[in-house]
Design a protein around this ligand. Structure first.
Ligand code: SAM
Length: 369
């Protein structure tokens, strides 16, 4: 008889579900199911560890612990008590509980959290709530059905550990990686990030090109579970190390006209162990020359949330249009910014590949036809 499989949910920024599903398939995980805001999949601990270690576009991985129906607090308590808390929470430890309630008789999220904590404490003995605890329980009440999940990731997955230096308006690491995957980047072609800021595209591209696991150097919430299997984790880490490439197949160039951005990108590249692989250049993108016949030209230009829509910004987008259409005419070209009149100023009929929210601002991944 086959072992019962757990159900997992890889959370993504809405828009990246299909990309994350393709990543899961590439990890050998069968039949991932894209839903709104993430992808459900089945597996054992191995698949859970693999997802945390390798997923580039996801923000966290949840374990579906169970679903209970309740219209009053005593029923909720009784049904929550039956869930397998001992797999995830150590007696005498603490956890944090996050609750959302929609269209349900039980609408007081604070009392739902208290009821859940009381059920865990009754099941395991002494357990306290602590907002800094490594174990997070998510309760989602929808039409009186309470879905219970446990976070296996801890810190969000975009925190790879390399971004020590920042610039204004950086792109999240998992969104940058998701855009590169959506564009079919696999490290076999040259890549230029024409406005690199803190270096996110260049670093994510290099991690992908060298087949480095984005989660190899960090800690995860599942490491604090009673049934954590350090031997299995070490085995997956060693397999990942053996699969790493030692050199890039095609060059990666990161450019910015601001010396402070280049300094930040340099520090982040060093922290990521990529200073030797990625070339940095402090120059305006208007001076870019195409030295290879084809490749991927990408950038996340400033879009005026801070600096206002000045004539200088319009001029910058016009220059961008010239570089993309004339100098890099044979290259795949993409920009990530709000789909606004600034984009029209490029003169290029960009096509939208993805629409998503970055730091609360709606942006699009736009590709040159
Ligand atoms: C939105 S930020 C990019 C953020 C980056 N994606 C990250 O994750 O850190 C835009 C960048 O464009 C740079 N920039 C503006 N005008 C430029 C130009 N003419 N040439 C090159 N870089 C430019 C800015 O210095 C800034 O670092």
């Amino acid at each position: 008889m086959s072992k019962p499989q757990n159900r997992y949910f890889a959370m993504t920024t809405p828009g990246f579900e299909a990309i994350c599903a393709a990543e899961l398939v590439a990890l050998g995980i069968a039949e991932p199911e894209p839903l709104c805001g993430g992808v459900e999949f089945s597996g054992d601990l191995r698949e859970l560890y693999l997802a945390n270690l390798w997923l580039r576009s996801a923000s966290r991985v949840l374990v579906r612990v169970g679903e209970v129906t309740a219209r009053d607090f005593p029923t909720l308590f009784k049904r929550l008590l039956r869930l397998p808390w001992g797999r995830f929470v150590k007696p005498g430890s603490s956890c944090k509980i996050r609750v959302t309630c929609h269209r349900s008789r039980l609408s007081h999220s604070g009392r739902v959290a208290e009821t859940c904590l009381a059920a865990i404490a009754k099941a395991l003995g002494d357990v306290a709530e602590d907002s800094a605890a490594p174990v997070s329980v998510f309760l989602r009440l929808e039409a009186d059905r309470c879905q219970v999940s446990i976070d296996s990731s801890g810190e969000l997955l975009h925190r790879r550990g390399y971004r020590m230096a920042n610039v204004a308006a950086p792109l999240r690491e998992n969104l940058a990686a998701g855009c590169l995957l959506a564009l079919g980047y696999d490290g076999s072609r040259p890549l230029i990030d024409a406005m690199t800021g803190s270096g996110t595209f260049a670093i994510e591209a290099a991690l992908m090109a060298l087949n480095r696991a984005p989660g190899a150097g960090r800690q995860f919430a599942f490491m604090a579970w009673p049934k954590y299997r350090p031997g299995l984790w070490q085995q997956l880490l060693q397999q990942a190390q053996r699969a790493e490439k030692t050199a890039l197949a095609a060059p990666i160039l990161a450019l910015d006209n601001n010396p402070r951005a280049i300094a930040a990108a340099r520090q982040n590249l060093m922290t990521a162990g990529l200073a030797e692989q990625v070339q940095l250049d402090c120059r305006p993108m208007q001076q870019l020359q195409s030295r290879q016949p084809s490749g991927l030209l990408i950038c996340n230009p400033p879009y005026g949330e801070r600096i206002g829509r000045t004539a200088a910004l319009l001029a910058l987008y016009r220059d961008l249009g010239r570089i993309y259409a004339a100098v890099f005419s044979a290259w795949q070209g993409a920009i990530i910014c709000p789909d606004s009149e600034l984009v029209r100023a490029t003169g290029i009929p960009f096509e939208s590949r993805l629409r998503f929210s970055n730091g609360g601002i709606r942006v699009a991944l736009l590709q040159k036809p």
